[in-house]
Design a protein around this ligand. Structure first.
Ligand code: SAJ
Length: 420
């Protein structure tokens, strides 16, 4: 059996590597030549714990081969990104491109699995697209479920947590949304080759909304925590103590406030529901707005603190602890910390020091004349103002004395841990 994984990013590369480690021949496809070259040189282009070793093993054994060209396979797994466009509209063009490239290669008995996060109805739309491109093949149909079809298709969303992808790919339960029951059974067979969790079979539409619902659930709950933190700030209450106490109730489990919600999933996926059902998704939309406004709240707080300082801004140096979108990874996608630093660049600080142990150089979006990536102690010693933006484990060793005589804005409740 040959499995082709289309899109070798955060989900595709770990999935392709795990499948290849099971002795399956995996053919990976990516439009980015540099990514393909790197993988074929047994290297990874993303940081994820233990992935480099796994990629090295499977590429050296030739179980995983990457290419920019598509080729025939028994199973095609689509793991391309679905970003959002201006106006928070989902962009499914990469999924469509993958389908258009797979269509000419399809043979009777093939299975297509879409894992990319998609708006409701995408799987059905992709069947329509393929039916036009390959009128010689029979595709599954909801109008006639008993029809014998040539190509199976299922929507099976990924649910792994960045930073723990290799473990969760194997241990998590999977939702298998076959377009028909036969499609579900075929797709289940593929996941059973490498997962230890259970497979739950449903239809494609339910699986599509299930993925969006999971991430929207988390977004709504984080929005509640962020809203409470803003209320607490106004009322002069410590939000972390408040949430800790409220969570002593047996049926309350409030999440943690932060500088906003980042990453390429929770900050994006809820819009896929809002775009399709704007009138019915008021809570989901408001939560997105609350989480986005939390970043503006943090910026306003920094501005207020600077105004109140006796030192002029041109003589002030500021340290930002953390740049990634969440703790203990170097992923900067949709990072609220990055957003804060980008905005600080225009405020006229003498220097902005960034401490981010998970990256090697300042990202291109930041102005390296103003922003400097340096070690923690050096940064804090040279600054009057410290903004804590990410609760990296390595920051849990900061000595409180180092922060003495410095104005600290803690957006993630790190100080509480230091006081321990
Ligand atoms: N965050 C908070 N407070 C919290 C928890 C998280 O502010 O209490 C913030 C984080 O700092 C980060 C953002 O939310 O900026 C998202 O982080 P996350 O750890 O909640 O989630 P992701 O984006 O890394 O991964 C999510 C996961 N979804 C759910 O937990 C429902 C993961 O299982 C999905 O596979 C992934 O999205 C995805 O690919 O969709």
């Amino acid at each position: 059996m040959i499995i082709s994984v289309i899109g070798l990013g955060y989900i595709g590369l770990p999935t392709a590597s795990i499948l290849a480690s099971q002795g399956i021949d995996v053919f990976g496809v990516d439009i980015n030549e540099d990514v393909v070259k790197k993988i074929n040189n047994s290297q990874t282009h993303i940081f994820e714990p233990d992935l480099d070793k796994l990629v090295f093993d499977v590429v050296t054994k030739k179980s995983l081969i990457a290419s920019t060209e598509y080729k025939k396979a028994d199973v095609f797994i689509i793991t391309v990104p679905t970003p959002f466009l201006e106006g928070n509209k989902p962009d499914t063009s990469y999924v469509k491109d993958a389908i258009d490239n797979i269509a000419p290669l399809l043979e009777k008995g093939n299975l297509i699995i879409i894992e990319s996060t998609c708006p409701i109805g995408t799987t059905e739309a992709m069947i329509g697209r393929m039916s036009e491109l390959r009128a010689d093949l029979i595709f599954p149909s909801l109008r006639d479920e008993d029809i014998e079809f040539d190509i199976s298709i299922a929507y099976c969303p990924e649910r792994v947590l960045p930073g723990n992808i290799l473990k969760e790919l194997v241990s998590n339960d999977r939702i298998i949304g076959g377009f028909t029951e036969v499609c579900s059974k075929k797709a289940e067979g593929i996941y059973q080759t490498f997962i230890k969790g259970s497979c739950f079979l449903t239809d494609a539409k339910t699986a599509e909304l299930c993925k969006l619902a999971e991430n929207s659930y988390r977004d709504v709950n984080i929005a509640f925590a962020n809203e409470l933190s803003i209320i607490s700030d106004k009322a002069g209450i410590d939000p972390w103590e408040l949430i800790n106490l409220a969570n002593k109730h047996p049926r309350v489990a409030i999440l943690q406030p932060g500088p906003g919600v980042g990453g390429h999933c929770i900050a994006v996926d809820p819009w896929f529901i809002v775009d399709s059902y704007p009138d019915e998704s008021k809570l989901i939309k408001t939560s997105r707005d609350v989480n986005n406004s939390k970043t503006s709240f943090v910026l306003e707080k920094i501005k207020r603190t600077v105004k109140e300082s006796s030192i002029k801004i041109k003589d002030l140096s500021i340290t930002c602890l953390g740049l990634s979108f969440k703790p203990d990874i170097g992923d900067l996608r949709e990072s609220p910390a990055m957003n804060v630093v980008e905005n600080l660049q225009d405020m006229g600080f003498k220097k902005i020091f960034v401490v981010e142990p998970h990256i090697e150089k300042i990202p291109e979006e930041l102005n390296s004349n103003i922003v400097e990536l340096i070690d923690l102690d050096e940064a804090i010693e040279a600054s009057e103002l410290v903004i804590i933006l990410v609760k990296h484990k390595s920051f849990l060793n900061i000595s409180l004395e180092l922060l003495d005589n410095r104005k600290v804005i803690d957006t993630v409740g790190l100080i509480k841990n230091l006081e321990g």
